[in-house]
Write a protein that binds this ligand. Structure first.
Ligand SMILES: NC(=O)c1ccc[n+]([C@@H]2O[C@H](COP(=O)([O-])OP(=O)(O)OC[C@H]3O[C@@H](n4cnc5c(N)ncnc54)[C@H](OP(=O)(O)O)[C@@H]3O)[C@@H](O)[C@H]2O)c1
Length: 244
C-alpha cells in the first residue's frame, strides 16, 4: 500500500485526452492507473508513460459492464486501499452525422448512454467508498460544450448547429448528474465537477479540431488537483464557467 503519493484512476486512458491526462498527472508524482477496456491497449499506454519516468499501471475496466467495474474496484482496494482521484473520461460518440435528430436509432441512443452516462454513474458509485477513504477525493466528469442545453437552444451559439443528439443529451445528463452528486458531497471532503476539454485533436475530435491534446487535458488535470477551497458542482473549460 502506498500512503504518500496520490492515486488517480482515469477511465478510457489508453489514448486521446485520457492518456494525456494520465501523463500530466503522472508528472505531478501522482500514481496513475490507466483504465482501458482492452487491457493490451492499456498496457501499451502505461508502458509508454513508464518510459517517461511516470508511475503508470494499466487497469482493465469497461465502464459499461458492471462486473468489470466491480472487478477494478476490488483490484484497487487490494493494492491501495483508497482512491484519491477518479476521472470519468471514457466516452463514445456514435450518432450518424448523415441522419437527422429524429432519425438516430434507439440502439445508438442506448449504446451512447450505456457508456457516457450509466457507465459513468456506475463507476462513480462503485468507487465512492474508496474515494471517501481519501483525505481529498476528486471526481472529474468529462462532459462537453455539446452538453450545454442553453447553447443548444440559442441560435448563433458555438454549438447551435452541432446536433448529435445521443451524444449531446448524454453529456447534458452528465452535467445534471454532476449537480445532483455535488449536492450529496457538499459537506464531504470530495468534490465533483464537469469538464469541457475543448475541441481536441483526438480520434473523437477529428482532424478539424482546434486544440492540441496537451491543452485538451488541462481542464481535467486542474479539476483533479483542486485545493480544499476549490469549487464543487461546476461545469468549466480552462477555468471558465459554461452555461448549463
Ligand atoms: N475530443 C474532443 O474534442 C472532446 C470534446 C468534448 C468532450 N470530449 C470528451 O472527452 C473524453 C475523451 O475523449 P477523446 O477525444 O480522448 O476520445 P477518444 O480518443 O475516442 O478516446 C475515448 C476513450 O474512451 C475509451 N472507451 C470507450 N468506451 C469505453 C468503455 N465502455 N469502457 C472503457 N473505456 C471506453 C476508448 O477506448 P478504445 O480506444 O478501446 O475504444 C478510449 O480510450 C470523452 O468523454 C469525450 O466525450 C472530447
Amino acid at each position: 500500500m502506498n500512503n504518500t503519493k496520490k492515486i488517480a484512476l482515469i477511465t478510457g486512458a489508453n489514448k486521446g485526452i485520457g492518456l494525456e491526462t494520465a501523463r500530466q498527472l503522472g508528472k505531478q508524482e501522482i500514481i496513475v492507473l490507466l483504465g482501458a477496456h482492452d487491457l493490451k491497449k492499456g498496457e501499451a499506454a502505461a508502458s509508454e508513460l513508464r518510459q517517461e519516468g511516470i508511475d503508470a499501471r494499466a487497469l482493465e475496466i469497461d465502464v459499461s459492464q458492471p462486473a468489470s467495474v466491480r472487478k477494478s474496484v476490488g483490484n484497487i482496494e487490494r493494492e491501495f486501499g483508497r482512491l484519491d482521484i477518479l476521472i470519468n473520461n471514457a466516452g463514445v460518440m456514435i450518432d450518424d452525422d448523415k441522419k437527422k435528430v429524429s432519425e438516430q436509432t434507439l440502439e445508438a441512443w442506448r449504446k451512447t448512454f450505456d457508456t457516457n452516462l450509466f457507465g459513468l454513474i456506475d463507476t462513480t458509485q462503485a468507487f465512492l467508498p474508496l474515494l471517501r477513504k481519501s483525505s481529498a477525493g476528486r471526481i472529474v466528469n468529462l462532459s462537453s460544450i455539446l452538453g450545454s442545453i442553453t447553447y443548444h437552444a440559442t441560435p448563433g451559439s458555438p454549438v447551435y448547429d452541432s446536433k448529435m443528439p445521443a451524444y449531446n443529451v448524454s453529456k447534458s445528463a452528465v452535467n445534471a448528474y454532476t449537480v445532483q452528486l455535488a449536492y450529496e458531497l457538499k459537506d464531504s471532503k470530495i468534490k465533483v465537477n464537469a469538464a469541457h476539454p475543448g475541441w481536441v485533436k483526438t480520434e473523437m475530435g477529428g482532424e478539424g479540431a482546434t486544440m492540441e491534446i496537451t491543452d485538451g487535458a488541462k481542464t481535467s488535470v486542474a479539476l483533479a488537483t483542486l485545493g480544499d477551497d476549490g469549487p464543487n458542482g461546476t461545469y468549466v473549460h480552462m477555468g471558465e464557467t459554461l452555461p448549463w
